[in-house]
Ligand binder design. Sequence first.
Ligand code: XIL
Length: 582
Amino acid sequence: MKIFICVKRFYTSSNLWFDLKAGLLICLLVIMVVLPCGGVAAKAIRDESKPQTGAADTPALKGRYQSFFPVGNVISPRDLGGPRFEMLQKHFAVLTAENAMKPLYIQGNPGVFTFETADKLVDAVLKAGMKMHGHTLTWHQQSPEWINKEGMGRDEAIENLTTHAKTVAAHFRGRVVSWDVLNEAIIDNPPNPEDWRASLRQSPWYKTIGPEYIEIVFKAAREADPDAKLYYNDYNMDNRNKALAVFNMVKEINEQNPNAGGRPLIDGIGIQGHYRTKTNPENVANTLERFISLGVEVSITELDVQSGYNSTLSEAQLLEQGIAYARLFALFKKYAAVLGRVTMWGLDDGTSWLTQTSPALFDRNLQPKPAFWGALDPASFLAENEGRLADFKNEPLQAQAHYGAPALDIADPLWQSAPPIRINQYIMAWQGAQGSARVLWDEQHLYALITVTNAELNKANRSPHEQDSVEIFLDEGNHKSSYMQDDDGQYRVNFDNERSFNPSPIAAGFESRVFVSDKSYTVVVKIPFRTIEPKEDTLIGFDLQINGASAQGIRQSIAVWNDITGSAWQDPSCYGLLKLVK
Ligand code: XIL
């Protein structure tokens, strides 16, 4: 079925622009787009009345936000000079070196500090009247191995940590306004966020020094550059548990160091903001509130919003992305008084670190996308376009579980009484393992049989989700909350019948068996209901995922039944629905 609709304005720039061009708006042919989720039809739209102006004619983002907060972006050597630099200068007030200040590039070899690239960037940025933010003094990624290698003595590790932090912070003193002193120290979705030490990533610094490394590096940075604002920076902060662990960490460290050079040791928390179009702004708001209550500065430090796959965006995906950006910037405006800055991570889709999922404000030809107009003028973009979201909304898929208690055995014919559920929507570019499931229920348990085909059968990775494995998501009460509540759970079984659970207590009473043959395996599970008494026609929140590992032991594909956002692990509102029938 093809649908023709009359399209008003898709790209919302400014009222002025609209006034000038309103007379030129025309109705256009619209082609139906089948969204990846459940084959729900959406209308593709295109507005050819939008002038194909270069970025030169677009309003300046930083000008629009002048009275709210500085808007930033990243810079790399390729941006020096030419149109890219002009765009950075026009739209952004503060820049972060995308890579040049990371430990690997500054001190790849012991004691040999190479500042040339970073210096060039800083000089150009300051000369052009922009400010510079430092990123990052401590991280488990992009750091040289020698600096904290396994088996190194604690004193030597502390020496390496402080020497690096002090030398680098002192070098850029007076030229950077702030530093990400520490990047990504907290694990994802920590089960016990009240205990922030138990929530720390087992990184090389943690292993060689222990949790004290955090205070040590912040103190070193303060000493070397007392004027720079010192930040803790992390991703997935819209996850409640992660935000809570960060909150507890910063709170305790600042309580213990209330007067580190005249002020608390940690000045700010950076919310990286690597989002997807389905990221719930409510969760972002909750985290902002939580951090602000600490009295620290809060910044959005690495904003991008992924949409589409394989470097292509349908018109629907462009619109969804524009709306996601508009909602986020509307939220940031609300919190402007307490936001230090909002920094984008990447000028355009072509050079973004997540280029496959086109997350930037400008496209591969440096043209503004709906995302740009949404960020520029959230209120009018939403007024113009939000109503259309209904056209693009994906209803969750619904499947049936039939009544009966099968044996935990592939051979039990009872499985065949339940209809198959296909797990074949890929949410990474690679199309690897996929499968199909059948689900049964009785008053105490949910039973599932999941057959996976086209798998490489690899479990070399220490992270269970990177191994060949299946995952079952349950929201027993079907509350569709945007964070994990007591009735929610994620159950994972790999092809070797090794299990992992989120949160861990849901393991109680869980049973599973796995039957392997060549490149396929079948998992059968028996999951006790924990919080409901299921009856005929009960609807529960439910989803299925298959993780496909490569021969190198890295997850290369994710196939799902319903949730194409990839956030089921933390957001039950994305689950599909399972109806218990008799
Ligand atoms: C990324 C850069 O954008 C890439 O060019 C590089 O290859 C890897 O690192 N969180 C961070 C950033 O704090 O430093 C990362 O930047 C993206 C995730």
